[in-house]
Design a protein around this ligand. Structure first.
Ligand code: FES
Length: 197
């Protein structure tokens, strides 16, 4: 009888211990799963909008940033650069940017919310190289005697105007994309969030 009682109590003790360990193990097993469902801070930051300060940007200059791993350019266009957009319409593949990517606030002849401030993703639409700025006009550009200023992709020679519109007869099929962006104030642009048209 005494042995039976000892055995019963020992069995009950082992049952309780086993259940407790199982419950604790459940907590430990569940925690990493829940954490893995939540986006890491780095992942959130990688997709987050980026502020670009243009307070020191002078006409004719550009500033570069990275948004979602892509180069983003902000160019302050001079009156001459804006004027050049009108004179080369016939040389462009998609002058009205009908086949191109741009947010609602940039669906106009300047491809920008404010004519003087252009925002582009600096990735060539051919095979993804990064074009370089060629703002000098004429022979000084090294491109052609009548070059009006724009961008040049060194990989296969695609050329783009001062609105990122691609020329005819080059490998790149489309204009450079305009990312979603909005002005937070006159000095600050937020890339990654769309402004109003
Ligand atoms: S990647 Fe730019 S022209 Fe080919």
């Amino acid at each position: 009888m005494v042995d039976d009682r000892v055995n019963n109590e020992r069995r009950r003790f082992l049952t309780v211990v086993t259940s407790s360990v199982g419950a604790v193990g459940g907590v430990f097993a569940a925690t990493p799963f829940v954490l893995s469902m939540m986006p890491s801070e780095r992942a959130k930051a990688a997709g987050a909008p980026v502020e670009i300060d243009i307070s020191k940007l002078k006409p004719g200059q550009m500033v570069k940033e990275i948004w979602r791993g892509k180069p983003v350019w902000v160019i302050s266009r001079t009156p001459e650069m804006l004027e050049s957009l009108k004179s080369i319409q016939d040389e462009l593949r998609d002058p009205a940017s009908e086949q191109s990517v741009q947010p609602a606030n940039s669906q106009n002849e300047f491809r920008s919310e404010k004519p003087e401030i252009l925002v582009l993703i600096g990735i060539c639409t051919h095979l993804g190289c990064s074009p370089v700025e060629k703002f000098a006009i004429g022979p000084a550009s090294g491109i052609s005697d009548d070059w009006p200023g724009g961008f040049f992709c060194p990989c296969h020679g695609s050329t783009f105007d001062m609105a990122g519109r691609v020329y005819k007869n080059v490998p790149a099929p489309d204009n450079l994309p305009v990312p979603p962006y909005k002005f937070l104030n006159d000095s600050l642009i937020l890339v990654g969030e769309e402004g109003s048209a």
